[in-house]
Design a protein. Sequence first.
Length: 232
Amino acid sequence: MNKIEIKDFNFFYGKNRVIRNFNLNIEANKITSIFGPANSGTTTLLCCLNRFCDLNNEARYSGDILIDGKSIFAPKVSVTALRRRVGMVFEVPTPLPMSIFDNVSYGLRLLHVKRKQRIPEIVEMSLRQAALWDEVKNRLNFPAASLSGGQQQRMCIARILALEPDVLLIDRACSGLDPISTAKIEGSLMRLKKQMTIVISPHNIQQANRISECVVFMQKGEWVEKITDFRI
């Protein structure tokens, strides 16, 4: 079953066409890697999936992207609601200048969660899903900036998971991390795919090989090849 359908999609920054005539079906509850060299358009494509590219005034598109059969560009679509359903973790961790607990619960407070007593439960569950709970459970009130780089990245994943997304986008989130932190994030993603669809731009082909059921190769904004059951 397809979770995401990308149809004849083109994306432009001003006069520069970054994504070219792109077509792709992404299956639900699987990890799909989108891989390519520098300037291949992988990051831009991920940003299009939750309309993060809308933040650029020169951005425009043609074609369509559907999630659960509905266009994300339809006039009545709430971009805020879309970004809650389709969360994104970037290459560089972005801890907010507050405690670990407040970082993970930040989105919940913005959504005005009615039962405030649920927030600690959700924070713990999200940190467990991100394989970070055991490392921080006794220092939740410490500044998030006190965490290591790998811990900060897992905390950012937990912050997204607290919102219970349908789709998780990961853009080279392990590129600057040590092997132990990378293994913990990959292990989390392998478990999380039972609950959501994951689309990752891996930091190398070995990572795609370890965790992906499907790998899509891009070159200069174009679809080159799609391989299922990818192994090298």
